[in-house]
Ligand binder design. Structure first.
Ligand SMILES: [Zn+2]
Length: 342
């Protein structure tokens, strides 16, 4: 197989995003383009306004839910492993990324070379999506959200146990868990069910649409109720129970109507104490949808890539560590990638 310098001839960084020139297609562009392949439904990867979109059926469904007025003229639904031939002798297919429902790595083959664009990914267990699949490649394009040696994410069950223990220690307190609406919310609910939690969940209205979308894809969260169904004293029913809300709700007026509210936050960033304080979280649940330091290094190893391009996050640390291992690593200066919310 070829070398990176030749891969750079056909995969370029443009202001709109990562661009495969022979097929005239962008991967996760942050501005509207003619043709886009989308790794997953999070807003910093899936933007509205593209004419033609290649993505998994689940990602397209998520985009439809988030951008009901957006109507790409062409939707190319690709199941994992299903190959499609594009212009310029380019073959494209998607492999599971283990990040959220429908999340994919974009695999692009051209001129006897393969480039895998991972999007966001993780290796830890997640009952809401297909596990990450290793694809051998020449060039691996990776995220670096948690690319510092200090980041080591505990097993999901470990963090869920903390929450379960707290409910028996503080049966009078409503346990409010801050979660992002796409992925984290549903992962926490399923993990709690697997841990034996059998009471209804109480959901902030901002979490409902995407939870229903997961249900439409066959996921069973058991009984849940909108918090807004309960007025005043009726909220007493939430003592010792799980209430889920977006992180911003932890510190706002809304949360103060819950009985003896105990604020918890589920995020990979909860490993950093200052972040937990910032969120006003009394309980920090380290639940991440990204690879931690060891998993980033392990994944690069697994793919066999001799060249690694780093898109966003703690770029320098990963670049340095990979270079030490004899891998050609470089940061891509992509516009418009915010630090991932996780
Ligand atoms: Zn993401």
């Amino acid at each position: 197989m070829g070398t990176a310098s030749s891969a750079e001839n056909w995969m370029q960084v443009r202001p709109e995003g990562l661009y495969c020139a022979p097929a005239d297609i962008y991967i996760d562009p942050h501005q509207p383009v003619e043709r886009a392949a989308i790794t997953h439904g999070h807003a910093d990867h899936a933007r509205p306004g593209h004419k033609s979109v290649f993505a998994t059926p689940e990602t397209l469904a998520i985009m439809k839910t988030r951008y009901p007025d957006d109507a790409p003229s062409m939707k190319h639904l690709l199941n994992y492993g299903e190959k499609t031939d594009l212009a310029g002798d380019v073959r494209l297919w998607l492999a599971p990324a283990g990040h959220i429902l429908g999340s994919a790595q974009v695999v692009i083959e051209h001129a006897n070379q393969r480039i895998v664009v991972s999007g966001d990914y993780k290796r830890h267990s997640d009952p809401t999506c297909t596990p990450f699949e290793v694809v051998k490649t020449d060039v691996f394009v990776t995220e670096a959200t948690f690319a510092l040696p200090v980041f080591s994410h505990p097993p999901l069950g470990h963090e869920i146990d903390k929450l379960v223990r707290s409910m028996s220690l503080f049966p009078d307190r409503a346990h409010l868990v801050g979660v992002y609406s796409l992925g984290k919310c549903q992962r926490v609910m399923l993990a709690l069910r697997q841990a034996g939690y059998s009471h209804p969940f109480y959901l902030h209205s901002a979490l409902i649409r995407l939870t229903e979308l997961y249900e439409a894809h066959g996921f069973d969260f058991g009984e849940w109720k909108p918090v807004s169904d309960y007025k005043g004293r009726e909220k007493e029913i939430m003592r010792g129970r799980i209430v889920l809300a977006p992180p911003s709700a932890l510190a706002d007026r809304w949360s103060r109507t819950l009985p003896d509210m105990l604020p918890a936050m589920a995020s990979g960033w909860m490993q950093i104490r200052a972040r937990a304080r910032q969120r006003r979280a009394e309980m920090a649940l380290i639940i991440s949808d990204h690879a931690d330091w060891q998993d980033l290094l392990q994944t690069v190893d697994d793919t066999g890539a001799k060249d690694v391009w780093i898109t966003h996050g703690r770029v320098e640390a990963l670049e340095h560590a990979l270079t030490q291992k004899g891998i050609r690593a470089k940061a891509l200066a992509l516009v418009g990638r915010e630090e991932d919310a996780d």
